[in-house]
Each structure stands twice: as C-alpha cells, then as structure tokens.
Write a new protein. Sequence first.
Length: 160
Amino acid sequence: MDDILRILDKEQGAVSAAKIARMLGLSEEEVSQRLRQLEEEHIIVGYKTIVNWDKTDRDVVTALIDLRVTPQRGEGFDKVAERIYKYPQVKSLYLMSGAYDLSVMIEGKTMKDVALFVARKLAPMDAIISTATHFVLKKYKSEGIIFDDNEKDTRQVITL
C-alpha cells in the first residue's frame, strides 16, 4: 500500500494502474482493487492536475491569508474552518502553529477581488481577530512541481 501511495504522490496521480503494477510486480487488477479501497477509505482523496496559469490567458491572483482566530467553545477551530473552506475562492486551508491560527490560500481575478473577499467574507466573522494578506508574485514550485522554463521534465524520480 505505501509503495502505491508513494508512486502516486511522486507522480502527482498521473500514472496508470497498469504502470504501477509493472513498477511493483503486481497485477493490474490487484493495483486497481487497492486503489478503489484507498479511495473508499479516504486515504486517496483526489487526483489533481497542476496548471501553470502564468502561461495561459487566464488572469489569476493567488493570496495567502493568515488568520488569528478565537476558537469556538466545544468546537475548537473546526467550525470556523468549515465556514471558511466552503467558499469556492478558498483553495487550501490549514490549522497552523505560531503567530496565526489558520492559513488560507485563495484565488481571485484581481487583487481587488481578493481584498474584497477578505474584507467582506473573512474579516467580519465573529471568530476572526485579525488577518494578514500576502499576495503571491511568482510561483517557483507547487505540489512538488517546479515551474521553471528551463526544465524539460520537472517531475521527481521515484525511488522505492
């Protein structure tokens, strides 16, 4: 199981059950069955394509917003996080240690869109004490993939 997960993680999910089977010396059916089981157990929670939006016509502004939060009685940070992650602009949300409690990654069309989201959706929440917004100026690496024009194949080599 761990070998299958390592392969999927390194290849960003872009590998067939047949290829995994060949790599591990298993049958394709064994790998397919194990993948279904991992999905049903929510160990594998999705497969994702990573797009370098800077090379397209689509304008995307990414921002990281750090939040200081008052935990909810009996719920901790979970209820606040649930309210936040339901917004479609929210791409990632993490409980953090340190000066801030939650870190949110959002996308908008413009810096103004991001600022309005923070001002109208996040900051007014009762549990939010303060926000700090950081705009992403350039992505060098995301999800293990290097965004470098000089690199031909930026995927990492799999070692088991």
